[in-house]
Design a protein around this ligand. Structure first.
Ligand code: ZN
Length: 214
């Protein structure tokens, strides 16, 4: 993988932020796949290496993401930006291949079927999928809150309206939830059965949590 950070620094900030959204989910999905002993996208059990790289990816993003975004706003190449580019491109790719996917990407696939979401990029929709996953998994409030505040700080979505979904539309929410749990979807890599009703409830709760922070 060869990335010219001078080019990244001059690219639109949204591209970097979207990359952060996709890469941030890598660790949380890899952790879930490990907990449930599910298989990765390439068919094997997650490797210790993949899980470790996914963890490192997340640590770098949490530490350097806001500074990297500021660097891109200034069209400047800085060490923080270099580290985030490494996390977004190298670590996320390796962590995803050997770490696996879970609800975050399944919800992304559901959101992508809503017309209003079409102007939103992959990483933005994955970011809201990650929040939905953490709520669905019942992770500690402190962990969920940290990810909400981080996503808000770097400019990632924290509510459904920010990915073009009408949170008051039962039709849209049910469609996303149903699409998220079709057979073969990565939502079934959770360590517990995932139903349409559970995803729908998590979508609503995740949206409400985010709206309280706006
Ligand atoms: Zn992705």
């Amino acid at each position: 993988v060869l990335v010219d950070t001078e080019v990244v620094a001059r690219a639109p900030k949204r591209q970097l932020v979207g990359g952060i959204g996709d890469a941030l989910a890598t660790w949380f999905e890899a952790r879930t796949v490990r907990e449930s002993c599910s298989t990765t996208v390439v068919g094997g059990l997650p490797s210790r290496t993949g899980t470790a790289l996914a963890k490192l990816c997340c640590e770098i993003l949490l530490a350097d993401g806001p500074a990297a975004c500021a660097a891109v706003e200034a069209k400047a190449t800085t060490p923080a930006l270099e580290r985030v580019v490494e996390a977004n491109n190298l670590l996320s790719g390796l962590g995803f291949e050997s770490g696996g996917l879970a609800v975050a990407h399944a919800v992304h696939n559901g959101i992508s079927e809503i017309e209003g979401s079409h102007c939103h990029i992959h990483g933005e929709k994955v970011a809201f999928g990650l929040l939905t996953q953490l709520v669905l998994e019942g992770k500690p409030q402190s962990e969920i809150d940290e990810i909400y505040r981080y996503q808000q700080a770097v400019g990632l979505p924290i509510c459904l309206a920010q990915v073009g979904v009408d949170a008051n539309s039962d039709e849209q929410l049910n469609h996303i939830a149903e699409r998220s749990v079709i057979p073969g979807e990565s939502s079934h890599n959770e360590p517990f059965p995932v139903s349409t009703a559970a995803v729908s409830a998590a979508l609503r709760a995740a949206d409400q949590w985010g709206r309280r922070l706006l």
